[in-house]
Design a protein around this ligand. Structure first.
Ligand code: GUN
Ligand code: FE
Length: 468
């Protein structure tokens, strides 16, 4: 084992930030946090451990240790075109899915290419400090197994991998037969579960039952996938009430039902389910998510382009809905959870603007004048929608862990948690000559201005898996 001493910060609950005021000491044994103390006690314990010959790694001034980031929603094939296609509509015949996502994913049918792309994508995530990711592959069984293989080549990031399922409204060359999709999914689940290493969760690889989204899945496919998730105890992921065009198209396929009702009907809305976006929720959908313990994977950057709205993330959290944060490569163009955090803060701001007196944000139908009048005197910063950068950090760590039902093992520095962590340094990049005057400001500067250059070391299960 070893220990870390210094500014070790985590967010055990929304709105709570620990470890900024005084140095902490974390003891790591067998990949787990076995002890944690702060302040004077930490100093005392550090001395003891050093006398006992335990290696104490001391964080330098300008460094901070955080729990590893958890990316709740990311499409691995789409790394190939990240940055492109987001000026298009999602669903249009000339849109993001048709012109970029489907053809690129189809190219993963060539497994050697998939291997190269997926290896590189995993490397990018580690550089960004992501230690757990909930991943969409492609429709292909072979390429999806390759994703599991390459994720096991090195320890981390933890990969929750979905073989994507779609049996309609896709190109003729990139679509599945219903039965084949179900068979391949079962094969993929068995393969992935057989390749888990170690005897206890959270494993390095886990299969995810992955209906792409309602428009591309027949009721028969959804029903079969619900049964498989049940049979193998798998987590589930999909896109739910993602955008206006998606919700409208779904409503023509499942008349009279909301997205959440359809997923629920087929046993696909449970704990843990990671439902991407969920921005255009209709009456009753929030309640269904909450009642079933299903989580929202908030993808703020992608939502700016496709969702025609912002998720009221703070209110959802307060009302007991689980929310993770996702990059949604490539609907979101950045693989960095730091960027996702900043985007989440800004998305929340756009909701807050509506309540500021004289602000011309949004249309009347979005912000009824009655509501606007009621909140007109509220100063900027007092809105119930505002999300701080530290609250965004919660989403990127503990929030994601809770969404996966792994809050007792991931997402914080609580005793008993796996030691998935990143060591950040502040003095890099073009702003390095302007150091912060407190540890809190230093962390804020990294969250607002940082990138992979700030990520000095990354640990998964106590093992160093990346360092600069
Ligand atoms: N909805 C269904 N598939 C996708 C996808 O690949 N990206 C995004 N952003 N939304 C989707
Ligand atoms: Fe997505």
């Amino acid at each position: 084992g070893f220990a870390f001493f210094g500014t070790c910060v985590d967010t055990p609950r929304l709105g709570e930030v620990r470890g900024l005021e005084a140095p902490s000491l974390l003891v790591v044994s067998d990949g787990r946090i076995s002890q944690r103390c702060m302040g004077a006690e930490a100093l005392e314990r550090r001395r003891q451990l050093e006398q006992e010959g335990v290696e104490v790694r001391v964080l330098e001034q300008g460094e901070v240790l955080l729990p590893g980031f958890i990316d709740g929603h990311i499409h691995f094939p789409q790394f190939c075109f990240a940055g492109c296609g987001i000026d298009m509509p999602l669903m249009h015949p000339e849109g993001f899915l048709a012109k970029y996502a489907f053809p690129t994913e189809e190219s993963m049918g060539e497994v050697e290419r998939a291997k190269v792309v997926y290896r590189a994508a995993l490397e990018v995530l580690l550089h960004c400090g992501t230690t757990t990711a909930v991943i969409y592959g492609s429709l292909h069984l072979g390429a999806s197994k390759v994703l599991v293989d390459v994720a096991l080549e090195r320890k981390g990031p933890r990969a929750f991998v979905g073989k994507v399922c779609a049996d309609r409204y896709c190109p003729d060359t990139y679509v599945e037969e219903t039965e084949q999709s179900l068979q391949d999914t079962e094969d993929f689940i068995q393969y992935t579960q057989s390749r888990r290493t170690g005897s206890e969760a959270p494993f390095l690889v886990q299969p995810v039952v992955t209906p792409r989204f309602l428009p591309t899945c027949t009721p028969k496919l959804l029903q079969g996938l619900g049964r498989l998730a049940d049979k193998y105890g798998c987590i589930i992921q999909s896109h739910l009430s993602e955008s206006i065009d998606e919700v409208e198209f779904s409503a023509t396929l499942f008349p009279g039902q909301t997205d959440a009702e359809v997923f629920h009907q087929f046993g696909l809305l449970k704990s843990p389910s990671m439902m991407g976006h969920s921005v255009q929720l209709m009456q009753g959908e929030e309640e269904l998510l909450r009642q079933n313990g299903a989580a929202i994977a908030h993808c703020p950057l992608s939502n700016f382009f496709f969702a025609s709205g912002a998720l009221p993330v703070k209110q959802l959290l307060k009302r007991g809905v689980k929310v993770a944060l996702g990059t949604d490569i490539a609907g979101g163009y950045s693989p960095s959870m730091l960027t996702a955090m900043r985007s989440a803060v800004m998305a929340a701001k756009t909701l807050q603007f509506r309540h500021v007196k004289g602000c011309a944000f949004g249309t009347e139908s979005e912000a009824p004048s009655a509501k606007r009048a009621k909140n007109a005197e509220a100063p900027a910063g007092s809105s119930e929608d505002e999300l701080s950068h530290f609250e965004a950090l919660y989403l990127a760590t503990k929030g994601g862990a809770e969404a996966l039902d792994l809050g007792h093992l991931l997402g914080s520095f609580e005793v008993g948690c796996r030691f998935d962590a990143l060591r950040l340094r502040s003095q890099v990049g073009p702003m390095a000559s302007f150091p912060a005057s407190s540890q809190a400001d230093m962390l804020l500067k990294i969250i607002t201005l940082g990138d992979d250059r700030n990520v000095k070391q990354v640990f998964v299960d106590g093992e160093l898996v990346h360092s600069l």
